[in-house]
Design a protein around this ligand. Structure first.
Ligand code: NOJ
Length: 759
């Protein structure tokens, strides 16, 4: 019997290969030939086997969620053999993937291959900067390439599906997961979401060097109250439709094959059990044809949320709401058959979910060759390939943001300088890899000191100053920070005194951001600010390099130093990238994708906020306007801000309206300096009066371009209805007549403005 069925499957797969329209592209609608093959396979499957496709287990070593109970491994192997597992996550490396795939293909009744998922978030072995850092590049081609590099290495390691891109809008720097996203803006976030989907999936999902994308976390997770991870989300529909959903829609439109739902409750309904999100919007309005995986255990967590009374109800509610695959709750495989038999879940829902999952497996070519991701030679050849190293170095340089450079202290002279290099992070080879580090080896990044030492014309004197952590940090455990030990301060101060320039590297440990890593205090952890104070007293020429997975409150530090370089966690090539910026071999071009606050009390702080009825101080000291009595309203460094060693001048802003719903904006940007440099020209719109109030500014266009010293470039933006309109509170996209203000500049603050009226 098994042989006959396997022959049918193989024949089905062969049809897959021979169909002329088997394009399996990620960007185009999947061909009906795939649907037919799915149908013929479905006809052979029992209800249990279909439910089995909806079941995903964690592998046996990496753990990226609550640690499962003892004895699970035996149960998982048993269910795998019974054909009750459709997917596994955290199984990686060709040898390991082959082992589990072999069981699925050779030991189960139907031999349906597994889809192997993994959090390849910013690289697999050769690490790119954390996603928030990459977003600071505003360079879509570089971001797509970085995603592609990660996909190639992951695919070579047996992985067919990444749980990325994370497209949650992040306005709250306390939330540790802002490091995984593209920041606070839905327009930039949408463009980056598409770049990442394309980078992972390429033009042909059946290519063994592309993998399926998973857009997450659907939806609202970035709005967890007070930035505490997994916390409640309660937001209005205006925010949901205009801020949260656009990057998800863009990724779905770009052909992302899978979505992941979220841990949070959204307006009282857990995202995992949310039909409005998954059935009405995603699979309904947007026509998404892929499948939705739950987040780790999130089906079971609906019980804890107080939404489902027990496991059976949780499974029923999740299935009804459109969660197609259960990650690590074990509830679908346990409960769904009984629920169908009892008439509580329509079998049509199971068929739909299984069909969606199988379709993606067909598109990946897994039925054609279940071991297509399992080539040991390819794994050897591609892991850490020199082209990948060059690619992540390029990405890292583009991700650096120069925040301050008084008196042009930077770039540093390449010869004859005595340079004190200070700070535990200056020699740290682990923190730059950041959180969600895929299969990266610990301590594998180039440190800042190593990067600087490539420039041999100067002398370097390293002094740690203070430890940042008291124990080596890990993915699973809280990071232990040194809050007291200042015994190294004196030596650091001495080194600063004896040098021409100080490069001090301070910030967060690589594991201080990421999942489960919220902070109430977003200043530099431990004794680092005190160290900086001591060093800055000893030497005025201080370059502060900050590493972090989130915007930090740098209000004290920025006053102490002439030069401030935001270096995030830049991945494997971190130190080389930072050194090239410091020495001017790369002219910094990054712009902040998230506002840097003056104080945690301002958080959440974001540029595209609404106006209040009392936005301005009347100037007579009366308190009744929207403000803080102890701090300014604006951020320390705003969204879109970032300096270059070059200077740019904006002029000749002109607007024309060739037809209704179309606006053309022209301007000239001149590099007035003697250095070539790149500028991110940003266009913001403000709809002056609308039926639902609009933000004071919204990014609606940008272009990153190289402008040579002394050169002027003419730039043109065309705005259409997509840029002029917005979502009303029912989720309808509308364009209203009326006046708009358009502003163009190199940041969300300042620039040239004019107005136009849309008829
Ligand atoms: C939980 C996280 O929220 C999600 O982003 C991740 O993909 C899964 N764990 C799997 O590791």
């Amino acid at each position: 019997m098994r042989t006959i069925i396997l022959m049918v499957i193989v024949a089905t797969a062969m049809v897959a290969c021979n169909q002329p329209d088997n394009s399996s592209t990620s960007s185009s609608k999947p061909s009906s030939a795939v649907d037919q093959r799915v149908d013929s396979l479905m006809a052979l499957m029992t209800l249990e086997e279909k439910i089995g496709q909806m079941n995903q287990y964690n592998g046996f070593w990496d753990v990226t969620g609550p640690v499962p109970a003892e004895g699970d491994a035996a149960m998982k192997y048993e269910n795998l053999r019974k054909g009750l597992v459709g997917s596994m996550l955290n199984v990686r490396g060709v040898a390991e993937v082959r082992k589990v795939q072999k069981i699925a293909v050779e030991e189960t009744r139907l031999g349906i291959p597994l889809i192997i998922g993994f959090d390849m978030i910013h690289g697999y072995k050769t690490m790119s900067p954390i996603p928030l850092a990459e977003a600071a590049s505003w360079d879509l081609a570089a971001i797509e390439k970085a995603a592609h590099i990660g996909a190639v290495e992951a695919a070579a390691a047996g992985i067919s599906w990444t749980f990325a891109p994370m497209v949650d809008i992040g306005r709250d720097a306390r939330w540790g997961r802002v490091m995984e996203g593209a920041g606070e803006d839905p327009y930039l976030g949408s463009k980056i979401a598409v770049a990442r989907v394309n980078g992972f999936q390429g033009n042909n999902l059946a290519d063994p060097l592309t993998i399926a994308a998973c857009v997450k976390h659907f939806a609202g997770y970035g709005f967890s109250e007070s930035g505490r991870d997994y916390n409640t989300v309660d937001i209005g529909t205006s925010t949901l439709y205009n801020m949260v959903l656009p990057p998800f829609k863009a990724a779905s439109d770009a052909g992302a094959r899978t979505f992941m739902n979220a841990f949070n409750v959204l307006n009282g309904i857990p995202a995992t059990g949310n039909s409005l999100l998954q059935r009405d919007i995603l699979k309904g309005k947007w026509g998404f044809e892929g499948f939705v995986v739950s987040d780790w255990g999130s089906i079971g967590e609906m019980i804890v949320h107080g939404y489902a009374a027990n496991g059976s109800e949780a499974a029923r509610l999740a299935a009804l709401a459109g969660s197609d695959m259960d990650m690590e709750s074990y509830l679908y495989v346990k409960e769904l058959k009984g629920l169908v038999d009892a008439g509580k879940v329509d079998v049509a829902l199971i068929n739909d979910a299984a069909r969606r999952i199988l379709k993606v497996k067909f598109e990946l070519g897994l039925f054609d060759d279940p071991y297509r991701y399992c080539d040991e030679q390819r794994e050897k050849d591609l892991t850490g390939h020199p082209d990948h190293v060059a690619g992540v170095l390029d990405m890292a340089k583009k991700s650096v943001v120069l925040l301050k450079n008084d008196g042009n202290l930077l770039p540093l002279k390449k010869t004859g300088q005595k340079i004190a290099v200070i700070g535990a992070l200056a020699t740290d080879k682990d923190s730059p890899i950041g959180s969600w580090r895929g299969g990266a080896d610990a301590n594998s990044a180039v440190s800042v000191l190593e990067g600087l030492q490539q420039y041999t014309g100067n002398q370097y004197n390293y002094s740690k100053g203070a430890e940042l952590v008291t124990e080596p940090a890990t993915f699973l455990m809280e990071v232990k920070i040194n809050e007291t030990n200042k015994s190294g301060f004196q030596a650091a101060v001495q080194a600063a005194k004896n040098s021409d320039v100080v490069v001090i590297v301070l910030g967060e440990n690589g594991f201080q951001s990421g999942e489960g890593r919220s902070r109430t205090d977003i200043t530099l952890p431990g004794v680092q600010t005190e160290l900086l104070e001591a060093v800055a007293k000893a030497n005025k020429n201080v370059v502060l390099v900050t590493m972090s997975g989130r915007p930090l409150d740098l209000s004290r530090e920025s006053k102490l130093v002439p030069s401030l370089v935001q270096a995030w966690h830049l991945g494997s090539q971190s130190g080389n990238a930072i050194a090239q910026v410091i020495y001017g071999d790369y002219n910094p071009s990054g712009k902040l994708p998230m506002s840097f606050p003056r104080s945690v009390g301002q958080v959440p702080i974001y540029y595209n906020h609404k106006r209040t009825g009392r936005p301005n101080d009347a100037g007579n000291g009366i308190v009744f306007w929207s403000h803080y009595s102890d701090e300014a309203n604006d951020p320390l460094y705003p969204f879109g801000y970032g300096l270059s060693y070059a200077d740019f001048d904006y002029a000749d802003l002109q607007v024309s309206q060739p037809e209704k719903g179309k606006v053309v904006v022209n301007l000239k940007v001149t590099n007035t300096s003697q250095l070539d440099g790149e500028e991110v020209v940003q266009l913001y719109l403000h709809d002056i009066a609308a039926s639902v109030t609009r933000p004071v500014k919204e990014l609606k266009g940008f272009e990153k371009l190289m402008i040579k010293a002394g050169e002027s470039k003419q730039i043109s933006f065309t705005l259409g209805e997509a840029e002029l309109g917005f979502y009303d509170n029912e989720g309808n996209f509308i364009v209203e007549p009326g006046e708009y203000e358009v502003t163009v500049g190199g940041s969300s603050v300042g620039g040239l403005s004019t107005r136009f009226t849309e008829k």
